[in-house]
Design a protein around this ligand. Structure first.
Ligand code: HEC
Length: 130
């Protein structure tokens, strides 16, 4: 009996954990597009839209020209903020996907890139990439 209760508690908490981490691309996309953007992120979101969204898609959900950055692979553990800064300053040779290279955007200031990165981290956080 006690074992049964323990098992049930275990299963319920497992289900709760699973719920927090969406798995399908459609799920990420829908949740991200529905997010209400706090005012503080509006300037960085506008900068992101002007300079990154042609390839990384609206709210970094990806496009035919570049990968979505709201992806566990771009978690700060694997691609930390310095990688974001380097990618923008120097460009990226295509290596993870088949999209080709990312050109440098060296005219963006360090502050601009930091703001864009914080915005992308916020989006990641909202869907459980934290
Ligand atoms: C012209 C298209 C294009 C634009 C514009 C663009 N990117 Fe990229 N980006 C790519 C592609 C393609 C890749 C994937 C390269 C690979 O790993 O195959 C990429 C990869 C990245 C990576 C991962 C770097 C790594 O080391 O793996 C980061 C971070 C990134 N982009 C951030 C940005 C930010 C921030 C902006 C806007 C300032 C931006 N990108 C604008 C095409 C673009």
């Amino acid at each position: 009996m006690r074992l049964g209760v323990l098992l049930l508690v275990g299963l319920v908490s497992l289900a709760a954990c699973r719920q927090r981490v969406p798995v399908s691309r459609a799920d990420y996309r829908a949740r991200i597009m529905a997010l209400k953007l706090p005012d503080e992120f509006k300037p960085s979101a506008a900068l992101y839209s002007a300079r990154c969204s042609t390839c990384h898609g609206p709210r970094a959900v990806g496009s035919v020209r570049g990968p979505r950055l709201i992806h566990t692979m771009y978690h700060k553990k694997y691609h930390d903020d310095s990688v974001f800064a380097r990618a923008v300053r120097l460009g990226v040779h295509g290596h993870h996907w088949g999209f080709g290279d990312m050109p440098a955007a060296g005219d963006l200031s360090d502050d601009d890139v930091a703001d864009i990165t914080i915005y992308i981290r916020w989006l990641q956080y909202q869907v459980g990439i934290r």
